[in-house]
Write a protein that binds this ligand. Sequence first.
Ligand SMILES: *Cc1c(COP(=O)(O)O)cnc(C)c1O
Length: 448
Amino acid sequence: MQTVRAARLISAYGRLLTLDALRSTLDEARARLKADPQAAAPENEFILSESESHLAAWTQPTLQPVINATGVILHTNLGRAPLSKATIAAMSEAAQNYSNLEFDLETGKRGSRLIHAEDILKKLLGVAAAVVVNNNASAVLLVLSALASKKRVVIARSQLIEIGGGFRVPDVMKQSGAKLVEVGTTNKVRLSDYKDELADAALVMHAHRSNFKMIGFTEEPELIKIVDVAHKAGVIVVDDLGSGALLDTAKYGLVHEPTVQESLAAGVDVICFSGDKLLGGPQAGIIVGKAELIAKIKKHPLARAVRADKTCLAGITATLLHYLKDEAEREIPIWKMISAPLAEVKARAEKWARELEAGSVPALSRVEVSANEATVGGGSLPGESFPSYVLSLSVKSPDKFLRRLRQQNPPVIARTGNDKILFDPRTVFLEQDQLLLSALHSLLSELK
Ligand SMILES: *Cc1c(COP(=O)(O)O)cnc(C)c1O
């Protein structure tokens, strides 16, 4: 019996790791015996099951799926955008097979990986050229290094932002070798501030504030006017859009987030944005713009250091295709979540409540469905929320309950409001309903 079990461990985990687990278990047993000589020596059965626990723990990846019940759609800590079915299929196909990643099928000679997502970006946005890199932080660093190293770059003081994770626009500019020229003040920047500094500048940098907003006594010129004065002085304009929306968020009852199309219409020369924010694709940095500038960017040595991998290129292309086919709202998960009708979200929260009540919720916890707010997150639409519904649970110690939720398999991430635990169906996939409910059932029955 025990040899069968040991053989099963070896075949599941390999001989070396199994031996390591057995040794660790025996060492622990010896230490226990030393501490308490009266204790009974462990049975083989016990040694095997302890070893199996070690093996399970050691081989559990630290990166694991979680259920996002927070109502924050682009939760940076929870991996930002979940991907569409077609995007996942394209990435998986690129991962499984050899591909023409850098191979020209026409000539049989070496090709360039940079062409793959470029065609669709050209078609979708009407741009002359594009390049996809590892993420938007590297896109900004690459663009500035290629176009403005040792040159003067003008930026408004109101845009010297930190977007989180240590990414500070002024630091990235310095890293690129550009000479930072700040204009205006924190709250007021005028066109004349720009004009005064354009004479020996190479580039004007425009950065979307992304994760905060300014209210009150503030002023900033329209992008189109900045572009106009810059171009008159022979200076190029780069716009770091951050989230890079292609659809109008205002259509969904949210504040309008600047779109890539608007930046292009304003005449910006080079635009950078993320692949995994409002675009709803895999992690990537997308750079679009004028052909001769993109050509310089592609040739810079850093381009090789921050290049996108083949699965990313396949995934970004598949995600962009949803926009080209005008099916983004139907196919891209984050847009499905943003556009989910309120009545549908409410009905799901009510269904959750009914199922919990059917499982007899203990008296010390109350289940309710109430109107609440969801947010987009991911460094877009700061301070903006939009109507949603939540299942709310009143329990005795909310923090302890949240921790127990995080210990479930898969972990459930919820939030609190007014000392209640809130679960927003907007960010929970339909196919996760049963997992979520069974986690809640088992935690609530612990409270009984
Ligand atoms: C999010 C953001 C970045 C960084 O993008 P990543 O894709 O996370 O690297 C850079 N600039 C702005 C304005 C942003 O909002």
